[in-house]
Write a protein that binds this ligand. Structure first.
Ligand code: SAH
Length: 227
């Protein structure tokens, strides 16, 4: 009796402090768990990060929809399920050092920052990168480091990484990213023709051996290069 009252109170407080709590809960259950994501660390992070804070004001009501959304400059925040699936593939855990290429809104970086203190992310469009840096700071993800630049070259000063996630479609896997992956590390990257569909590739490094396998068909915005 008392415990159910406490649960009710906690739910009430959560709903009041975050009006989107229930929508997020629904998102996790119906879009993510229902499609097979099981990693509890990933699910907890998806349940925690306020996705509505990462979309433009006029998109807030759609923030928890089962789709990608525009974030300006021709870019998009990925569909929640894709963010969760890619996160799970990285096998993130506290203390792991993770590099993301394509900060965009900063949402994927925040999901990873819920799990580990060592998250590095690179964005090529300065306006998006600066806005994401500000947003991550305001939401308390001060430990996420952002750099503006061409992610093709990775982030040598902080390498090697346990995991690398690329959230833009590349025509091939940038060699610097392979060399900045730790022995035993994992990389997730959409590879294929920009503007069409791509294959989401899981790359694993063991010693000098690189194995790649395609895990899903996806559609990402193009990986661009600094001129
Ligand atoms: N992960 C983002 C979604 C990214 S959309 C999120 O959670 O919101 C892809 C992003 O990759 C875009 O912002 C695009 O500008 C960026 N991008 C494309 N090519 C890049 C490159 N070479 N280096 C860094 N960022 C790049």
């Amino acid at each position: 009796m008392i415990s159910s009252l406490i649960i009710l109170l906690v739910a009430l407080v959560q709903t009041q402090t975050d009006p989107f709590h229930r929508e997020r809960d629904l998102m996790v259950r119906t879009q993510i768990i229902a499609r097979g994501v099981r990693d509890t660390t990933t699910l907890r992070a998806m349940q925690t990060v306020p996705r509505h804070q990462f979309v433009p004001a006029d998109q807030k009501r759609s923030a928890y929809d089962d789709s990608p959304l525009p974030i300006g400059y021709g870019q998009t925040i990925s569909q929640p399920y894709i963010v969760a699936y890619m996160t799970e593939l990285l096998r993130p855990s506290p203390g792991k050092r993770i590099l993301e290429i394509g900060t965009g809104s900063g949402y994927q970086a925040a999901v990873l920052a819920e799990i580990t203190d060592s998250i590095y992310t690179i964005e090529i469009i300065p306006q998006l990168g600066n806005a994401a840096a500000q947003r991550l700071k305001e939401l308390g993800y001060r430990h996420a480091s952002i750099k503006i630049g061409d992610g093709y070259y990775g982030w040598e000063e902080h390498a090697p990484f346990d995991a690398i996630i690329v959230t833009a479609a590349a025509e091939f896997i940038p060699p610097p990213l392979i060399s900045q992956l730790k022995d035993g590390g994992r990389m997730v990257i959409p590879v294929g023709s920009p503007f069409l569909v791509q294959q989401l590739m899981l790359v694993e490094k063991r010693g000098n051996q690189i194995s790649t396998r395609s895990v899903m068909t996806v559609r990402f915005v193009p990986f661009t290069r600094a001129k």
